[in-house]
Design a protein around this ligand. Structure first.
Ligand code: GDP
Ligand code: IMO
Ligand code: MG
Length: 428
Protein backbone atom coordinates (compact mmCIF):
# COMPACT_ATOMS: atom_id res chain seq x y z
CA UNK A 1 0.00 0.00 0.00
CA UNK A 2 1.15 3.52 -0.75
CA UNK A 3 2.74 5.57 2.00
CA UNK A 4 2.57 9.34 2.38
CA UNK A 5 4.96 12.01 3.59
CA UNK A 6 3.58 15.26 4.96
CA UNK A 7 5.87 18.29 5.22
CA UNK A 8 5.46 22.04 5.66
CA UNK A 9 6.10 24.03 2.46
CA UNK A 10 6.57 27.48 4.06
CA UNK A 11 7.92 28.61 7.45
CA UNK A 12 6.02 26.11 9.61
CA UNK A 13 2.55 26.23 11.20
CA UNK A 14 0.89 25.55 7.85
CA UNK A 15 -1.61 23.12 9.40
CA UNK A 16 0.39 19.87 9.21
CA UNK A 17 -1.16 18.54 12.43
CA UNK A 18 -4.71 18.90 11.13
CA UNK A 19 -3.90 17.11 7.86
CA UNK A 20 -1.84 14.34 9.51
CA UNK A 21 -4.73 13.64 11.90
CA UNK A 22 -7.18 13.64 8.97
CA UNK A 23 -5.00 11.32 6.84
CA UNK A 24 -4.24 9.06 9.82
CA UNK A 25 -7.71 7.58 9.41
CA UNK A 26 -6.27 5.70 6.43
CA UNK A 27 -2.81 4.93 7.82
CA UNK A 28 -1.55 2.24 10.20
CA UNK A 29 1.64 3.88 11.46
CA UNK A 30 2.44 7.59 11.92
CA UNK A 31 6.10 8.58 12.26
CA UNK A 32 7.78 11.84 13.30
CA UNK A 33 11.26 12.04 11.76
CA UNK A 34 12.92 15.36 12.68
CA UNK A 35 12.67 18.37 14.95
CA UNK A 36 11.59 18.24 18.55
CA UNK A 37 9.23 20.09 20.84
CA UNK A 38 9.86 23.29 18.89
CA UNK A 39 6.93 21.95 16.82
CA UNK A 40 3.37 22.73 17.84
CA UNK A 41 0.59 20.93 15.99
CA UNK A 42 -3.04 21.77 16.79
CA UNK A 43 -5.82 19.26 16.14
CA UNK A 44 -9.49 20.23 16.42
CA UNK A 45 -11.99 17.41 16.64
CA UNK A 46 -15.47 18.64 17.52
CA UNK A 47 -15.26 20.32 20.92
CA UNK A 48 -11.82 18.89 21.66
CA UNK A 49 -8.54 20.62 20.88
CA UNK A 50 -5.24 18.74 21.18
CA UNK A 51 -1.87 20.48 21.11
CA UNK A 52 0.99 18.16 20.20
CA UNK A 53 4.70 18.92 20.23
CA UNK A 54 6.61 15.62 20.19
CA UNK A 55 3.84 13.05 19.90
CA UNK A 56 2.93 12.14 16.32
CA UNK A 57 -0.49 13.50 15.29
CA UNK A 58 -1.76 9.94 14.82
CA UNK A 59 -1.80 9.40 18.59
CA UNK A 60 -5.36 10.72 18.86
CA UNK A 61 -6.78 7.92 16.69
CA UNK A 62 -7.30 4.56 18.37
CA UNK A 63 -5.66 1.56 16.75
CA UNK A 64 -2.79 3.50 15.13
CA UNK A 65 0.87 3.06 16.00
CA UNK A 66 2.81 6.28 16.62
CA UNK A 67 6.57 6.28 16.22
CA UNK A 68 9.12 8.92 17.22
CA UNK A 69 11.95 8.21 14.80
CA UNK A 70 15.70 8.51 15.33
CA UNK A 71 15.86 11.94 13.66
CA UNK A 72 13.85 13.58 16.46
CA UNK A 73 15.60 15.24 19.43
CA UNK A 74 13.72 14.48 22.63
CA UNK A 75 13.46 16.36 25.90
CA UNK A 76 12.41 13.46 28.18
CA UNK A 77 10.69 15.77 30.69
CA UNK A 78 8.75 17.59 27.96
CA UNK A 79 7.75 14.27 26.40
CA UNK A 80 6.57 12.79 29.71
CA UNK A 81 4.54 15.87 30.53
CA UNK A 82 3.00 15.85 27.03
CA UNK A 83 2.08 12.18 27.39
CA UNK A 84 0.43 12.91 30.74
CA UNK A 85 -1.42 15.94 29.38
CA UNK A 86 -2.82 14.06 26.38
CA UNK A 87 -3.74 11.10 28.60
CA UNK A 88 -5.66 13.56 30.81
CA UNK A 89 -7.68 14.45 27.70
CA UNK A 90 -8.81 10.83 27.51
CA UNK A 91 -6.32 9.42 24.99
CA UNK A 92 -4.72 6.08 25.76
CA UNK A 93 -0.93 6.07 25.36
CA UNK A 94 0.82 2.76 26.00
CA UNK A 95 3.83 0.90 24.58
CA UNK A 96 1.30 -0.69 22.20
CA UNK A 97 0.61 2.58 20.40
CA UNK A 98 3.77 4.63 21.05
CA UNK A 99 7.33 3.66 20.23
CA UNK A 100 10.41 5.85 20.67
CA UNK A 101 13.59 5.16 18.76
CA UNK A 102 16.47 4.09 20.97
CA UNK A 103 18.69 6.24 18.74
CA UNK A 104 16.99 9.57 19.56
CA UNK A 105 19.43 12.14 20.99
CA UNK A 106 18.23 13.78 24.20
CA UNK A 107 17.61 17.43 24.85
CA UNK A 108 18.79 18.16 28.39
CA UNK A 109 18.14 21.30 30.44
CA UNK A 110 21.68 22.40 29.56
CA UNK A 111 20.62 22.63 25.90
CA UNK A 112 17.67 24.91 26.57
CA UNK A 113 19.76 27.20 28.76
CA UNK A 114 22.51 27.29 26.11
CA UNK A 115 19.90 28.05 23.41
CA UNK A 116 18.71 31.05 25.43
CA UNK A 117 22.23 32.24 26.29
CA UNK A 118 23.28 32.05 22.61
CA UNK A 119 20.21 34.03 21.56
CA UNK A 120 21.03 36.69 24.10
CA UNK A 121 24.60 36.84 22.82
CA UNK A 122 23.32 37.33 19.25
CA UNK A 123 21.58 40.52 20.31
CA UNK A 124 19.68 42.16 17.45
CA UNK A 125 20.77 39.34 15.10
CA UNK A 126 18.87 36.77 17.16
CA UNK A 127 17.17 33.92 15.30
CA UNK A 128 14.06 33.98 17.45
CA UNK A 129 14.38 30.31 18.37
CA UNK A 130 11.72 28.59 20.45
CA UNK A 131 14.29 28.39 23.29
CA UNK A 132 13.71 24.65 23.57
CA UNK A 133 17.37 23.65 23.11
CA UNK A 134 16.86 22.22 19.61
CA UNK A 135 19.98 23.76 18.02
CA UNK A 136 22.42 22.87 20.83
CA UNK A 137 21.03 19.29 20.99
CA UNK A 138 21.57 18.76 17.25
CA UNK A 139 25.05 20.29 17.57
CA UNK A 140 25.89 17.67 20.21
CA UNK A 141 24.46 14.91 18.01
CA UNK A 142 26.66 15.93 15.08
CA UNK A 143 29.57 16.46 17.50
CA UNK A 144 29.14 12.80 18.56
CA UNK A 145 28.76 13.55 22.24
CA UNK A 146 24.95 13.38 22.61
CA UNK A 147 23.24 11.24 25.23
CA UNK A 148 20.78 9.00 23.39
CA UNK A 149 17.66 7.14 24.51
CA UNK A 150 19.55 3.83 24.52
CA UNK A 151 22.05 5.27 27.04
CA UNK A 152 19.34 5.60 29.68
CA UNK A 153 19.38 1.85 30.21
CA UNK A 154 23.04 1.94 31.33
CA UNK A 155 23.40 4.10 34.45
CA UNK A 156 26.96 2.80 34.93
CA UNK A 157 28.21 4.50 31.73
CA UNK A 158 25.75 7.39 31.76
CA UNK A 159 27.84 9.43 34.23
CA UNK A 160 30.91 9.11 32.03
CA UNK A 161 28.98 10.20 28.93
CA UNK A 162 27.49 13.15 30.79
CA UNK A 163 30.94 14.21 31.98
CA UNK A 164 32.23 14.24 28.39
CA UNK A 165 29.23 16.30 27.32
CA UNK A 166 29.71 18.69 30.24
CA UNK A 167 33.38 19.20 29.35
CA UNK A 168 32.37 20.65 25.98
CA UNK A 169 29.32 22.47 27.24
CA UNK A 170 31.07 24.08 30.23
CA UNK A 171 33.74 25.59 27.96
CA UNK A 172 30.97 27.33 26.01
CA UNK A 173 29.11 28.28 29.17
CA UNK A 174 32.18 29.92 30.65
CA UNK A 175 32.45 32.09 27.53
CA UNK A 176 28.80 33.04 27.82
CA UNK A 177 28.97 33.70 31.56
CA UNK A 178 26.55 30.84 32.35
CA UNK A 179 26.99 28.59 35.43
CA UNK A 180 28.74 25.22 35.02
CA UNK A 181 26.75 21.98 34.75
CA UNK A 182 26.16 19.78 37.77
CA UNK A 183 26.63 16.27 36.33
CA UNK A 184 25.42 14.51 39.51
CA UNK A 185 22.06 16.26 39.31
CA UNK A 186 21.62 15.09 35.72
CA UNK A 187 22.53 11.49 36.50
CA UNK A 188 19.85 11.37 39.18
CA UNK A 189 17.03 12.99 37.24
CA UNK A 190 17.83 11.10 34.03
CA UNK A 191 17.89 7.77 35.87
CA UNK A 192 14.43 8.54 37.22
CA UNK A 193 13.21 9.43 33.70
CA UNK A 194 14.73 6.25 32.29
CA UNK A 195 12.40 4.11 34.38
CA UNK A 196 9.34 5.91 33.07
CA UNK A 197 10.35 5.97 29.41
CA UNK A 198 11.97 2.55 29.04
CA UNK A 199 8.74 0.67 28.11
CA UNK A 200 8.42 2.89 25.03
CA UNK A 201 12.04 2.70 23.81
CA UNK A 202 13.13 0.27 21.10
CA UNK A 203 14.46 -0.25 17.57
CA UNK A 204 11.74 1.73 15.80
CA UNK A 205 13.17 1.06 12.32
CA UNK A 206 12.12 -2.58 12.82
CA UNK A 207 8.51 -1.57 13.45
CA UNK A 208 8.59 0.21 10.08
CA UNK A 209 10.20 -2.80 8.45
CA UNK A 210 7.42 -5.02 9.86
CA UNK A 211 4.77 -2.54 8.71
CA UNK A 212 6.27 -2.66 5.23
CA UNK A 213 6.35 -6.45 5.24
CA UNK A 214 2.69 -6.56 6.24
CA UNK A 215 1.73 -4.08 3.54
CA UNK A 216 0.64 -1.53 6.13
CA UNK A 217 0.45 2.17 5.40
CA UNK A 218 3.03 4.51 6.89
CA UNK A 219 2.46 8.25 7.24
CA UNK A 220 5.61 10.32 7.78
CA UNK A 221 4.89 13.53 9.69
CA UNK A 222 7.26 16.45 9.22
CA UNK A 223 7.69 19.38 11.57
CA UNK A 224 8.57 23.00 10.67
CA UNK A 225 8.68 23.82 6.93
CA UNK A 226 11.04 23.87 3.94
CA UNK A 227 11.99 27.52 4.50
CA UNK A 228 13.23 26.54 7.98
CA UNK A 229 15.36 23.67 6.58
CA UNK A 230 19.00 24.05 7.65
CA UNK A 231 20.17 23.68 4.01
CA UNK A 232 17.29 24.97 1.91
CA UNK A 233 15.73 27.58 4.18
CA UNK A 234 16.48 31.21 4.95
CA UNK A 235 19.80 30.38 6.66
CA UNK A 236 20.82 31.27 9.36
CA UNK A 237 17.19 32.03 10.34
CA UNK A 238 16.25 28.35 10.24
CA UNK A 239 15.91 25.39 12.56
CA UNK A 240 18.74 22.87 12.99
CA UNK A 241 17.33 19.93 11.03
CA UNK A 242 16.44 19.05 7.45
CA UNK A 243 12.73 19.51 7.03
CA UNK A 244 12.52 18.36 3.39
CA UNK A 245 10.84 15.05 2.56
CA UNK A 246 14.17 13.25 2.09
CA UNK A 247 14.75 13.67 5.81
CA UNK A 248 11.88 11.24 6.48
CA UNK A 249 13.98 8.33 5.20
CA UNK A 250 17.06 9.05 7.31
CA UNK A 251 15.08 10.26 10.31
CA UNK A 252 12.87 7.18 10.45
CA UNK A 253 15.28 4.48 9.25
CA UNK A 254 13.70 3.42 5.98
CA UNK A 255 14.65 3.59 2.30
CA UNK A 256 13.77 6.67 0.24
CA UNK A 257 11.54 4.64 -2.09
CA UNK A 258 9.11 4.09 0.82
CA UNK A 259 8.16 7.73 1.24
CA UNK A 260 5.27 7.62 -1.22
CA UNK A 261 3.33 10.74 -2.17
CA UNK A 262 4.90 13.92 -0.79
CA UNK A 263 2.18 16.30 0.39
CA UNK A 264 3.31 19.88 1.03
CA UNK A 265 1.15 21.70 3.54
CA UNK A 266 0.73 25.32 2.48
CA UNK A 267 -1.28 28.23 3.84
CA UNK A 268 -3.28 30.25 1.32
CA UNK A 269 -1.19 33.19 2.59
CA UNK A 270 2.15 33.15 4.47
CA UNK A 271 3.20 33.32 8.11
CA UNK A 272 6.51 33.21 9.93
CA UNK A 273 7.33 33.26 13.63
CA UNK A 274 10.75 34.40 14.81
CA UNK A 275 13.18 36.63 12.93
CA UNK A 276 14.52 36.40 9.38
CA UNK A 277 13.67 37.45 5.84
CA UNK A 278 10.02 37.38 4.76
CA UNK A 279 9.64 39.15 1.38
CA UNK A 280 5.81 39.27 1.31
CA UNK A 281 5.35 40.33 4.95
CA UNK A 282 2.49 42.78 5.52
CA UNK A 283 2.86 45.27 8.34
CA UNK A 284 -0.42 47.02 7.44
CA UNK A 285 -4.12 46.41 8.18
CA UNK A 286 -4.27 43.40 5.83
CA UNK A 287 -1.49 41.66 7.78
CA UNK A 288 -3.28 42.49 11.00
CA UNK A 289 -6.57 41.10 9.62
CA UNK A 290 -4.94 37.81 8.54
CA UNK A 291 -3.34 37.44 11.97
CA UNK A 292 -6.57 38.21 13.82
CA UNK A 293 -8.92 36.03 11.75
CA UNK A 294 -6.32 33.27 11.40
CA UNK A 295 -5.49 33.33 15.16
CA UNK A 296 -1.85 33.51 14.19
CA UNK A 297 -0.18 32.90 17.52
CA UNK A 298 2.40 30.13 18.00
CA UNK A 299 1.24 26.83 19.53
CA UNK A 300 4.57 26.32 21.30
CA UNK A 301 5.56 29.80 22.43
CA UNK A 302 2.38 31.90 22.06
CA UNK A 303 4.36 34.41 19.97
CA UNK A 304 2.52 36.49 17.39
CA UNK A 305 3.15 35.16 13.87
CA UNK A 306 4.13 37.61 11.14
CA UNK A 307 1.65 37.49 8.21
CA UNK A 308 1.93 38.21 4.49
CA UNK A 309 0.69 37.39 0.98
CA UNK A 310 1.12 34.00 -0.67
CA UNK A 311 4.62 33.75 -2.11
CA UNK A 312 4.47 31.56 -5.21
CA UNK A 313 8.23 31.88 -5.81
CA UNK A 314 8.98 30.57 -2.33
CA UNK A 315 6.46 27.70 -2.53
CA UNK A 316 7.62 26.75 -6.05
CA UNK A 317 11.16 26.50 -4.72
CA UNK A 318 9.96 24.38 -1.77
CA UNK A 319 8.08 22.11 -4.21
CA UNK A 320 11.26 21.68 -6.24
CA UNK A 321 13.89 21.15 -3.54
CA UNK A 322 11.69 18.97 -1.34
CA UNK A 323 10.07 16.92 -4.12
CA UNK A 324 6.49 17.89 -3.26
CA UNK A 325 3.93 16.03 -5.42
CA UNK A 326 0.88 18.08 -4.45
CA UNK A 327 -0.16 20.60 -1.82
CA UNK A 328 -2.86 20.89 0.80
CA UNK A 329 -4.02 24.51 0.67
CA UNK A 330 -4.95 25.56 4.20
CA UNK A 331 -6.82 28.41 5.88
CA UNK A 332 -8.28 29.87 2.69
CA UNK A 333 -11.29 30.84 4.84
CA UNK A 334 -9.08 33.36 6.66
CA UNK A 335 -8.96 35.49 3.48
CA UNK A 336 -12.78 35.72 3.13
CA UNK A 337 -13.17 39.41 3.90
CA UNK A 338 -10.42 40.77 1.65
CA UNK A 339 -11.53 42.91 -1.33
CA UNK A 340 -8.44 41.87 -3.27
CA UNK A 341 -5.79 39.21 -2.84
CA UNK A 342 -2.18 39.24 -4.03
CA UNK A 343 0.27 36.55 -5.09
CA UNK A 344 4.01 37.15 -5.29
CA UNK A 345 5.34 36.00 -8.69
CA UNK A 346 8.93 37.27 -8.54
CA UNK A 347 11.28 39.62 -6.70
CA UNK A 348 13.46 42.56 -7.64
CA UNK A 349 16.66 43.69 -5.97
CA UNK A 350 19.29 46.13 -7.15
CA UNK A 351 17.81 46.36 -10.66
CA UNK A 352 17.73 42.58 -11.06
CA UNK A 353 14.65 40.35 -11.27
CA UNK A 354 14.62 37.00 -9.45
CA UNK A 355 12.36 34.04 -10.20
CA UNK A 356 13.82 32.17 -7.22
CA UNK A 357 14.85 32.92 -3.65
CA UNK A 358 18.59 33.63 -3.67
CA UNK A 359 20.55 32.04 -0.81
CA UNK A 360 22.09 35.11 0.78
CA UNK A 361 20.17 36.39 3.81
CA UNK A 362 21.47 39.89 3.02
CA UNK A 363 19.76 39.81 -0.39
CA UNK A 364 16.67 37.96 0.89
CA UNK A 365 16.14 40.77 3.40
CA UNK A 366 16.04 43.40 0.64
CA UNK A 367 13.96 41.62 -2.01
CA UNK A 368 10.96 43.59 -3.24
CA UNK A 369 8.06 41.33 -4.25
CA UNK A 370 6.36 41.58 -7.64
CA UNK A 371 2.63 41.02 -7.16
CA UNK A 372 -0.28 39.86 -9.23
CA UNK A 373 -3.63 41.11 -7.86
CA UNK A 374 -6.90 39.19 -8.03
CA UNK A 375 -10.39 40.03 -6.76
CA UNK A 376 -11.30 38.64 -3.34
CA UNK A 377 -14.32 36.31 -3.06
CA UNK A 378 -15.83 38.13 -0.06
CA UNK A 379 -18.07 35.26 0.99
CA UNK A 380 -17.64 32.80 3.86
CA UNK A 381 -15.67 29.65 2.98
CA UNK A 382 -15.54 28.27 6.52
CA UNK A 383 -16.89 24.74 6.51
CA UNK A 384 -17.25 24.39 2.71
CA UNK A 385 -16.71 20.68 1.99
CA UNK A 386 -16.76 20.34 -1.81
CA UNK A 387 -14.69 22.05 -4.47
CA UNK A 388 -17.86 22.77 -6.48
CA UNK A 389 -19.24 24.82 -3.57
CA UNK A 390 -16.30 27.23 -3.58
CA UNK A 391 -17.05 30.63 -5.16
CA UNK A 392 -15.59 31.12 -8.67
CA UNK A 393 -13.16 33.84 -7.46
CA UNK A 394 -11.72 31.48 -4.81
CA UNK A 395 -11.38 28.74 -7.45
CA UNK A 396 -9.54 31.20 -9.72
CA UNK A 397 -7.14 32.06 -6.87
CA UNK A 398 -6.43 28.37 -6.26
CA UNK A 399 -5.97 27.66 -9.99
CA UNK A 400 -3.50 30.53 -10.33
CA UNK A 401 -1.49 29.28 -7.35
CA UNK A 402 -1.35 25.79 -8.90
CA UNK A 403 -0.16 27.24 -12.22
CA UNK A 404 2.60 29.22 -10.52
CA UNK A 405 3.91 26.49 -8.22
CA UNK A 406 3.66 23.64 -10.73
CA UNK A 407 1.65 21.12 -8.67
CA UNK A 408 -2.04 20.69 -7.80
CA UNK A 409 -3.87 21.50 -4.60
CA UNK A 410 -5.06 17.95 -3.88
CA UNK A 411 -6.57 19.02 -0.54
CA UNK A 412 -8.25 22.27 0.49
CA UNK A 413 -8.96 23.07 4.14
CA UNK A 414 -11.70 25.49 5.16
CA UNK A 415 -11.56 25.46 8.99
CA UNK A 416 -9.54 23.96 11.87
CA UNK A 417 -12.13 21.18 12.19
CA UNK A 418 -11.05 17.70 11.06
CA UNK A 419 -13.91 17.19 8.61
CA UNK A 420 -13.85 20.62 6.97
CA UNK A 421 -11.39 19.25 4.47
CA UNK A 422 -11.90 18.88 0.71
CA UNK A 423 -10.20 15.99 -1.05
CA UNK A 424 -9.94 17.52 -4.51
CA UNK A 425 -8.11 14.57 -6.06
CA UNK A 426 -7.30 10.99 -5.11
CA UNK A 427 -3.64 10.85 -4.12
CA UNK A 428 -3.38 8.44 -1.18
P1 GDP B 1 1.30 22.92 12.18
O1 GDP B 1 2.42 23.31 13.06
O2 GDP B 1 1.68 22.92 10.74
O3 GDP B 1 0.62 21.66 12.60
O4 GDP B 1 0.21 24.10 12.33
P2 GDP B 1 -0.29 24.75 13.70
O5 GDP B 1 -1.20 23.79 14.36
O6 GDP B 1 0.85 25.29 14.48
O7 GDP B 1 -1.06 26.02 13.16
C1 GDP B 1 -2.15 25.92 12.28
C2 GDP B 1 -3.38 26.55 12.96
O8 GDP B 1 -4.38 26.76 12.00
C3 GDP B 1 -3.99 25.64 14.02
O9 GDP B 1 -4.49 26.44 15.05
C4 GDP B 1 -5.13 24.93 13.27
O10 GDP B 1 -6.19 24.58 14.11
C5 GDP B 1 -5.56 26.03 12.32
N1 GDP B 1 -6.10 25.56 11.04
C6 GDP B 1 -5.72 24.48 10.31
N2 GDP B 1 -6.39 24.44 9.14
C7 GDP B 1 -7.19 25.51 9.12
C8 GDP B 1 -8.10 26.04 8.16
O11 GDP B 1 -8.29 25.52 7.06
N3 GDP B 1 -8.78 27.19 8.50
C9 GDP B 1 -8.57 27.83 9.67
N4 GDP B 1 -9.26 28.94 9.91
N5 GDP B 1 -7.71 27.36 10.61
C10 GDP B 1 -7.02 26.23 10.32
P1 IMO C 1 5.77 23.49 13.47
O1 IMO C 1 6.10 22.02 13.39
C1 IMO C 1 7.06 27.64 13.06
C2 IMO C 1 11.22 28.53 14.07
C3 IMO C 1 11.48 29.40 15.27
C4 IMO C 1 12.74 30.11 14.84
C5 IMO C 1 13.49 29.01 14.08
C6 IMO C 1 14.54 28.28 14.90
O2 IMO C 1 4.74 23.81 14.49
O3 IMO C 1 5.45 24.03 12.13
P2 IMO C 1 14.39 26.45 16.84
O4 IMO C 1 13.77 26.52 18.20
O5 IMO C 1 13.88 25.36 15.98
O6 IMO C 1 15.88 26.47 16.89
O7 IMO C 1 13.98 27.86 16.15
O8 IMO C 1 12.50 28.09 13.66
N1 IMO C 1 10.40 27.32 14.33
C7 IMO C 1 9.12 27.20 13.93
N2 IMO C 1 8.29 28.09 13.34
N3 IMO C 1 6.64 26.37 13.31
C8 IMO C 1 7.46 25.47 13.88
O9 IMO C 1 7.12 24.16 14.03
C9 IMO C 1 8.75 25.87 14.27
N4 IMO C 1 9.79 25.27 14.85
C10 IMO C 1 10.79 26.15 14.88
O10 IMO C 1 10.43 30.30 15.49
O11 IMO C 1 12.43 31.13 13.91
MG1 MG D 1 2.90 24.68 14.55
Amino acid sequence: MANITVIGAQWGDEGKGKIVDWLAAEADVVVRFQGGHNAGHTLTIGEKVYKLHLLPSGIIRPGKVSVIGNGVVIDPWALMSEIEGIRAQGIEITPDNLLISEQCPLILPLHASLDKAMEEARGSAKIGTTGRGIGPAYEDKIGRRAIRMCDLAHPDTLRDKLEKLALHSNALRRGLGAPAINVEEFVMSLTEMAGRLSPFIGPSWRVLQDAKAQNERILFEGAQGVMLDVDHGTYPFVTSSNTVAASAASGAGIGPRELGFVLGITKAYTTRVGSGPFPTELTDDVGETLGRIGHEFGTSTGRKRRCGWFDAVQVRQAVTVAGIDGIALMKIDVMDTLAEVKICTGYTYNGQTYDYLPASADIQEKLVPIYETMPGWQSPLRGVRTFADLPEKAKAYIRRIEELIGVSAVVISTSPERDDTIRVKEFF
